[in-house]
Design a protein around this ligand. Structure first.
Ligand code: SF4
Length: 612
């Protein structure tokens, strides 16, 4: 058994001493999967690093004990800990590319792990490595064993990582977001593999993830973390059926799905508090919808609420007078989301779109060779409606969106038509092209990468106005920009700040404000919430729906998240290898898919059971 007892982890940061983990207690038995869940920065990954004694230089274990079958690992000399690390406890990270040595063949890396932790040597270790590669589903392992990591796909690299970790025959496995970087179909294969290997080897798995769907499909028990503390521990089925902590309830309500269409998602107001504060009360109090008068001044402790079910909330130990509820200003009444009758004439009508990239190698007199990233793609979007383009990475959905926003004019050959109100976007130039650019804007997945870090928010928003709305004078630009930041839920003083001063969700709001500044009619939303936590995702989806209602915007929504599609989309087009393989209304495509590929894609999506 792996036992964590009152673990405290501290980090020295510029702002002061950060208590990254406070008073953590949990046990992991052989043969069980224990999921540690929570939003970014809650301390999940720091827990994994602490268990392996691999904290960053500014971090230290400030208290508590970690026992492996009774032996205190925090008291072990480093030389003995090295044998435990990898030997008794293996670890898989989110991004296999950074964990595999790029200049070493994959087989040599697996053999190294086998020789370090088992008695096998030489040819026997190599044979074992081949056996592991086969076991994790790498085709032709005898040949692939001598490949370098760059020759493998993301899913294959993650399989190699798993083979390397398990080849050392550990008793426990810490898997930190092991499938976050993978497509849903590859994710499903990797999770299946982990389940099989766990059963077969009776592994104890500590699964760290923010994906509640993955947890629902994998975990026996769940611990939910918030601001460095575990706030609820429960058997997985019980956690999803009847979560007890107010944060757990809100988190499950914030997940988008078909059942919540037409209603605003339950966004959790506010943000996680910084961990250098000295807390005198409940860490969740400023955001809690059930907060009581004494919550801000009383530290909640864990209370037992059932076999293996514990909660850190005063509602269960010292119930008292509820605070008067401040109803959040109605972002929009539910009726505002009511489905409008679609207009017949499409705003955007894409016909036989083909995007071709020239391949290197055609330069020496030979014929140029092309790669068709998008091939014969047609779809349309009515005013005020949303079309979701879904598919796995590399299927052409982002390329298709970028082509519409005219971002590929120089890099690719574009064929076909994209008619915006009957006018072909690809045939425009001069003033007409400028006007078309104003009407079609884009929001990217990573708001930080898409905002110039050297410009303040005001300058960022003014940039587009200067280029695309030259008729506005300085005073009109300022008026527009001030109104915009308020519309996207930021305060006016945000205008004088820099992008790095904002959280991920706030940066995405700035990116949305920037797109809106030039009053577009269509916005291409390229995975706009995939880098965000569930509660922030709910805020952004609510904002996008509200803007659609108030401004009549149309969205081309590019995503791999089927829950988001069910929540926002009116129609769906499924892409595979550059082509649309199935399209139709959301209900048709997701409810009764006709193509095998769509069925496989939907079957691979991990689902969260709905609370009772
Ligand atoms: Fe909410 Fe109070 Fe419970 Fe904290 S202790 S979660 S503020 S009810």
């Amino acid at each position: 058994m792996l036992q964590i007892d009152e673990l405290e982890v501290a980090l020295d940061a510029d702002a002061g001493l950060v208590r990254a983990i406070a008073g953590m207690r949990l046990t992991l038995s052989r043969g069980e999967t224990f999921a540690l869940v929570g939003e970014s920065g809650c301390g999940k990954s720091m827990t994994a690093l602490a268990l392996m004694r691999l904290l960053p230089d500014n971090g230290r274990i400030a208290g508590g004990r970690l026992r492996l079958d009774g032996e205190d690992l925090f008291a072990l000399p480093e030389a003995r800990m090295r044998a435990v690390r990898g030997g008794r406890i293996g670890m898989i990270f989110q991004e296999p590319s950074t964990s595999l040595n790029p200049v070493m063949r994959v087989g040599a890396q697996i053999v190294e792990a086998i020789e370090a932790h088992t008695p096998l040597r030489g040819a026997a270790a190599r044979a074992k490595a081949i056996e592991w590669l086969r076991r994790v589903g790498i085709p032709e392992p005898e040949r692939r064993i001598d490949e370098y990591p760059f020759r493998l796909s993301g899913g294959q690299k993650q399989r190699v990582m798993i083979a390397m970790t398990l080849a050392a025959e550990p008793d426990y496995l810490i898997a930190d977001e092991p499938t976050t970087a993978l497509d849903v179909t590859i994710q499903a294969q990797i999770l299946e593999l982990l389940r099989d290997l766990q059963r077969e080897r009776s592994l104890g798995v500590l699964l760290i993830t923010h994906d509640l769907g993955v947890v629902a499909g994998m975990a026996h028990r769940v611990a939910l973390m918030y601001a460095g503390q575990i706030i609820e521990t429960a058997p997985a089925a019980e956690f999803f059926a009847a979560p007890k902590h107010p944060y757990a309830r809100l988190l499950l309500q914030a997940l988008p799905d078909a059942a919540k269409r037409g209603e605003p998602l339950a966004a959790i107001a506010g943000t996680v508090p910084p961990l250098w504060l000295d807390f005198e009360g409940c860490r969740f109090a400023p955001r809690c919808d059930r907060a009581m008068r004494h919550c801000a001044g009383t530290l909640p402790r864990m209370s037992v609420e059932g076999p293996e079910h514990e909660v850190r909330c005063l509602l269960y130990t010292e119930p008292g007078e509820a605070l008067p509820r401040v109803e959040p200003a109605p972002a929009s009444p539910a009726a505002a989301f009511a489905e409008a009758a679609p207009e017949q004439r499409p705003l955007l009508d894409v016909r036989k779109l083909r995007v071709r990239f020239e391949l290197k190698g055609g330069r020496f007199g030979g014929k140029p060779r092309f790669f068709d990233a998008v091939d014969d793609v047609s779809y349309s979007i009515e005013p005020g409606r949303t079309l979701a383009l879904v598919g796995e990475s590399g299927c052409g959905k982002t390329t298709s969106g970028k082509a519409i926003v005219q971002l590929l004019r120089r890099q690719a050959l574009i064929e076909g038509q994209a008619l915006l109100d009957g006018q072909d976007l690809f045939a425009l130039d001069g003033a007409a092209l400028l006007e078309a650019r104003r009407q079609v804007q884009i929001i990217f997945q990573d708001p930080f990468a898409s905002l110039n870090p050297r410009l303040r928010v005001f300058e960022l928003l003014e940039e587009g106005l200067l280029a695309l709305r030259p008729e506005l004078d300085a005073a009109a630009r300022r008026r527009n920009i001030e109104a915009l930041v308020e519309q996207v839920g930021l305060r006016r003083d945000a205008l004088e700040r820099w992008p790095h001063e904002f959280s991920g969700g706030q940066r995405q709001r700035i990116a949305i404000a920037r797109a809106l500044a030039v009053e577009p009619r269509l916005i291409v939303c390229d995975e706009p919430t995939s880098a965000l936590d569930v509660s922030v995702q709910a805020q952004i989806l609510n904002l996008l729906r509200e803007l659609q209602r108030s401004r009549g915007l149309s969205y081309l929504f590019i995503t791999h998240n089927i829950g988001v599609v069910e929540y926002v989309a009116d129609s769906v087009a499924v892409m595979q290898a550059g082509r649309i393989v199935e399209s139709g209304s959301c209900a048709q495509v997701l409810g009764a898919p006709q193509q095998d590929y769509t069925r496989a894609l939907l079957a691979a999506v991990p689902r969260v059971p709905r609370p009772i």
